[in-house]
Design a protein around this ligand. Structure first.
Ligand SMILES: *[C@@H]1O[C@H](CO)[C@@H](O)[C@H](O)[C@H]1NC(C)=O
Ligand SMILES: *[C@@H]1O[C@H](CO)[C@@H](O)[C@H](O)[C@H]1NC(C)=O
Ligand SMILES: *[C@@H]1O[C@H](CO)[C@@H](O)[C@H](O)[C@H]1NC(C)=O
Ligand SMILES: *[C@@H]1O[C@H](CO)[C@@H](O)[C@H](O)[C@H]1NC(C)=O
Ligand SMILES: *[C@@H]1O[C@H](CO)[C@@H](O)[C@H](O)[C@H]1NC(C)=O
Ligand SMILES: *[C@@H]1O[C@H](CO)[C@@H](O)[C@H](O)[C@H]1NC(C)=O
Ligand SMILES: *[C@@H]1O[C@H](CO)[C@@H](O)[C@H](O)[C@H]1NC(C)=O
Length: 765
């Protein structure tokens, strides 16, 4: 209990956050006794659950008074995110002193792009002033601390949620539903991830709660009656045995009033600013920019070669074949079959097996010139790199697996691998490794040490990293490791499966600056002799999804099995991917429909994206597939707030233009998986008394891509600057008073051209 004198000093401080524009009203009201509630637009959304900390083998909770409030203090300051004001409660938990702080931030507006306003937010900080011993709970899926924590009660207004969770960037355990004791079910614990709560108003108010630091050791825990009460907690993961002196962990509570997509982006911008994540590595990653050929699960040549040939000859034949038909794949991916592994499939030595590549990796690289994305797994206890096995580096050995403990290992391994063309180190089985090496679950720092050392090793060698089978904690940890540029966001590709449904996970990826990867895909339906006994009826859908993801576009057909026409819809003649400005993501009403099956959202996939050329030059793309019935969407519902007055047309009929405004929305129907719907949105220009739409390069999935169009100038003429391969032919469309026609353009030897609308002609350079 707090002594009298201290109570006297307590201020009844209400941390109210109000945004000047509109009615935005987000507040975390904090009481003198350390209880709190979350208010959105005047309604209480969440009430605090008892704060608790484990120490000295016990639970100290404010519920039974065992957690003693010592004092309450206020402070303020400025950091890289903005100005903050903290209200800190110092607690005694057995022999440990722990501070729980409410830190209200007024972020610096310059952090926010995409027209997102600078909305204040709250951080919940836990600081172990003198450390804590014997903290572990009896399950690694619980937490050793609970702050923030909320009661899971019926709410007065309908609140929906979705929580990322599980493997492949939190996609496999993603759960959605309604807030409330019987309906709230998430993937929590080690596999848990960011949680979004939202309401049903026109533009959803959205609350996002997640760790803000120490991502590898922070968890969400849904406690239930059998484990102590119906509460939802955030804290350090349950297996952690002690908290070192001074350890600080923080959780962010961000509330946006412009819908779910925008809330995620703002949340991510804050976290990126915090952890110094820049997009320079994503922008320059060769494999994110160019078409690639993939040999992983789902690919024709996964553990499979051409008849009577090895992988080396198969790769050479693929290159010859692609050269003959003119498919500009620019790099190649080798999967788990290329190196030496053991009984448990752990890596023994990360170098080529002679039966796979008899002449070695460097020979093959010299011969093909293909940069390489190379797969790796967890390490074997028998790995030749470990000192225990006569190698040069310290590894932690645990059962059949092992974990490298020195950055030097990564630096050396990746330096060596550069010699055979490695561009991207693909780390697979991240979740398995984390859950099966016991010390990763019990040590508060080891998880981040592992990924940070890997990242530093890659950075020193100019390489980037793809995460595969990552849990949300790995995903969030990449905020501190900007060379992690890409991640798999759905289950492995198999012909005719729904691995293309990445619209929800791409939102998380986009928010934190990772390029989402849908995995390889086939471009021809029937590929005889494949290892899956399957056919791929949805080649086009896979191709468009990969292109709109802004992540890698990886084809995986057999020699003789590529559809060049389809492949060229994704790229220019050099293999440069023609993509939009941001990944396509599920629209807000789709996300809300996941929570409420009777919500007026689309019963199927409806995603949107756009290309932004600055100012009013914004060109939208809407994809609808596997959609039951019809769905009517306004530009606002597509996330096109602030776009100029526009018209929309189907990709396969540029003459069929119609306005896209709030009173004149777009109705989509008959959008199946095979015959999906794709729409393009162009600003309406008035030019010489005529209505003109720039429709762009309609034989590409993204007709207006910043990778093709480098300038749009509307003055005495409409002048478009184009870029591409030397002498590349570009057919560029305009719709004038309802009629669409192309302008034929041949780029100059320098791969440039200037197109003039009035002349209907192009000057190459
Ligand atoms: C934790 O244990 C260490 C080692 O026994 C001891 O020095 C330290 O005082 C303990 N910390 C607390 C908070 O009890
Ligand atoms: C309560 O939580 C425990 C531990 O996570 C879990 O095993 C159990 O199934 C849960 N009970 C209910 C009724 O959900
Ligand atoms: C874990 O501990 C809680 C109380 O601290 C108890 O209710 C629960 O049964 C325990 N679970 C297991 C699996 O031992
Ligand atoms: C490591 O090597 C030993 C000795 O050859 C073998 O018995 C063991 O199964 C190997 N471990 C794994 C995980 O393959
Ligand atoms: C590959 O090319 C490099 C640079 O020309 C050369 O030094 C190296 O010996 C070649 N390696 C093989 C295996 O051919
Ligand atoms: C392959 O698929 C066909 C049709 O689905 C089926 O009849 C056949 O038994 C399958 N073959 C194998 C080897 O699984
Ligand atoms: C190749 O793709 C194009 C474009 O999607 C399609 O029109 C054509 O039918 C495909 N060709 C074959 C042989 O499947």
């Amino acid at each position: 209990m707090c002594p009298r004198a201290c109570i006297y000093l307590l201020l009844s401080l209400s941390l109210c956050v109000t945004v000047s524009e509109g009615k935005q009203d987000f507040a975390v009201n904090v009481n003198d006794d350390g209880t709190y509630n979350v208010v959105v637009q005047g309604d209480v959304w969440l009430k605090s659950a008892p704060t608790f900390f484990r120490a000295d083998g016990q639970v100290f909770s404010s519920a039974d008074g065992s957690l003693k409030l010592v004092k309450n203090t206020q402070s303020s300051g400025v950091d890289v995110v903005g100005q903050w004001e903290a209200n800190s409660f110092l607690y005694q938990a057995g022999s440990s002193q722990i501070e729980a702080s409410f830190v209200q931030y007024t972020p610096d507006p310059s952090i926010f792009t995409y027209n997102n306003p600078a909305i204040p937010f709250m951080l919940f900080k836990q600081r172990y002033i003198n450390g804590a011993n014997n903290t572990a709970s009896n399950s690694s899926d619980f937490t050793i601390s609970g702050f923030p924590g909320f009661l899971i009660q019926e709410s007065t207004l309908p609140l929906g949620y979705f929580g990322y969770g599980g493997s492949q960037f939190g996609s496999l355990g993603l759960m959605a539903g309604q807030w409330g004791p019987s309906s709230f079910k998430i993937t929590d614990g080690i596999e848990g991830g960011p949680l979004a709560l939202f309401d049903q108003v026109k533009t959803a108010n959205t609350l996002i709660i997640s760790p803000a630091s120490r991502f590898m050791s922070s968890s969400i825990w849904r406690q239930n009656a059998s484990t102590g009460g119906d509460n939802l907690y955030w804290g350090t993961m349950g297996g952690v045995e002690n908290a070192p002196l001074g350890v600080e962990t923080s959780f962010i509570l961000f509330c946006g009033n412009q819908g779910i997509n925008k809330a995620f982006v703002s949340w991510g911008q804050i976290l990126k600013q915090w952890h110094g994540r820049t997009d320079q590595y994503v922008k320059s990653d060769f494999t994110i920019n160019y078409l690639g050929y993939w040999m992983d699960n789902g690919a024709y040549y996964y553990y499979r070669t051409e008849k009577g040939k090895n992988d080396q000859d198969t790769v050479l034949d693929l290159q010859t074949y692609m050269g003959q038909i003119g498919v500009p794949a620019r790099y190649i991916q080798f999967d788990e079959w290329w190196y030496y592994w053991d009984n448990d499939h752990g890596v023994v030595t990360w170098s080529a097996q002679p039966k796979v590549f008899p002449n070695g990796m460097q020979w093959l690289y010299n011969k093909t010139g293909y940069p390489v994305v190379a797969h790796s797994m967890y390490w074997s206890s028998n790995t030749t790199y470990a000192t225990a096995n006569g190698g040069k580096y310290e590894f932690l050995i645990d059962g059949p697996k092992s974990l490298p403990l020195e950055e030097r290992f990564w630096t050396d391994l990746l330096a060596e691998s550069r010699k055979w063309g490695l561009f991207v180190y693909e780390q697979d089985y991240l979740g398995t490794e984390f859950q099966q090496i016991k010390k990763l679950l019990t040590d508060i720092d080891l998880g981040s040490q592992w990924l940070t050392q890997m990242g530093n090793g890659a950075a020193k060698n100019g390489l980037t990293i793809q995460y595969c089978m990552s849990l949300p904690r790995h995903a969030l940890q990449s905020l501190e490791i900007p060379v992690v540029t890409q991640a798999r966001v759905s289950h492995d590709n198999r012909p005719n499966t729904d691995n293309w449904k990445i619209g929800v996970t791409s939102l998380l990826a986009w928010a934190i600056g990772i390029s989402p990867f849908k995995d390889n895909f086939w471009t021809t339906k029937v590929e005889p002799g494949n290892g899956y006994n399957g056919t791929e009826p949805h080649t086009s859908l896979n191709a468009v999804v990969a292109t709109l993801s802004t992540g890698p576009v990886g084809i995986s057909d057999m020699v003789g099995g590529m559809n060049r026409t389809l492949i060229m819809k994704s790229v220019n003649a050099d293999g440069l991917i023609l993509k939009p400005s941001r990944p396509a993501t599920a629209i807000d009403n789709r996300l809300r429909k996941m929570a409420w099956s009777d919500f007026e959202g689309p019963d199927g996939e409806v995603w949107s994206t756009y290309s932004d050329f600055g100012g009013k030059n914004k060109y939208g793309i809407v994809l609808a597939a596997d959609l039951q019935g019809s769905y009517t969407m306004t530009p606002c519902m597509a996330g096109y707030q602030g776009f100029p007055s526009s018209m929309v047309f189907p990709a396969n009929d540029p003459n069929k233009i119609q306005p896209l405004t709030d009173p004149q929305p777009l109705t989509m129907s008959g959008c199946t998986t095979t015959d999906f719907c794709l729409f393009y949105v162009s600003p309406v220009l008035t030019f010489n008394g005529k209505q003109v739409l720039i429709q762009g390069e309609l034989d590409k999935w993204v007709p207006m891509s910043p990778q093709r169009v480098t300038g749009i100038n509307i003055a005495d003429d409409i002048t478009i600057s184009l870029t591409g391969a030397a002498k590349e032919k570009v057919s560029f469309w305009f719709n004038v008073d309802g009629k669409s026609t192309p302008v034929a353009c041949t780029l100059g030897a320098g791969g440039l051209a200037t197109l003039r609308f009035t002349a209907g002609a192009c000057l190459g350079a």
